[in-house]
Design a protein around this ligand. Structure first.
Ligand SMILES: [Zn+2]
Length: 194
């Protein structure tokens, strides 16, 4: 599973690509949603996806994989396994992205940043900031799906580019049509939206 078409077909087969009326974590509304845990819950798909990301950066000799909690941890760990390096992750402390748990990162490190689904790219930018603050070099960003056109100023390799439109709530055509909205990223939402 290495081509974008193969990955897209697999995501569709697993119900990871949803169509409907969704509230995104940004608060914007969209007619499509990527339910990333339909991928991350299954090691038999995470393994080849992570290997494809690892292969794209292997020649640049990353010394560590850095991802963002929570979803990025699974993919980062598996990518690190494929590269034979450690996997560490950034998490929020008092609202600030930081390395906790005595994770070590320094000037000798060449960090590969790994993310599952890139939407606005905000969390990837935070990880890059943490890497640079530690004196390490961000060698690139690897992701499964890119929904927008986020640019990180480092080499970026995504397995599936899937631009998805979104709207501010008060400009959403589906809201105007009176269609009920699903909030699939919410902790409260358990049912999979149709
Ligand atoms: Zn709406």
């Amino acid at each position: 599973m290495s081509t974008a078409l193969e990955i897209q077909a697999e995501l569709e087969r697993r119900g990871a690509l949803l169509e409907g009326h969704f509230k995104l974590s940004s608060g914007r509304h969209s007619n499509r949603f990527v339910q990333k845990f339909r991928i991350l819950e299954d090691p038999t798909i995470v393994e080849p996806v992570a290997r494809a990301i690892a292969d794209a950066f292997r020649a640049e000799r990353p010394t560590v994989v850095v991802s963002a909690a929570v979803g990025g941890i699974v993919l980062g760990y598996e990518t690190a396994r494929a590269l034979g390096v450690k996997a560490i992750f950034v998490e929020k402390e008092d609202g600030i992205a930081t390395l906790r748990r005595n994770f070590s990162l320094g000037a000798a490190d060449r960090a590969l940043i790994v993310e599952d689904v890139v939407t606005t790219g905000a969390s990837v930018r935070e990880v890059i900031g943490v890497v640079r603050d530690a004196g390490a070099v961000p060698i690139g960003v690897g992701a499964i799906v890119r929904r927008g056109d986020a640019d990180f100023g480092v080499r970026t390799h995504v397995l599936l580019d899937m631009p998805i439109r979104s709207w501010l709530a008060d400009e959403c055509p589906q809201c105007r049509a009176g269609e009920p909205i699903a909030d699939p990223g919410s902790r409260r939402a358990r049912a999979t939206p149709a």
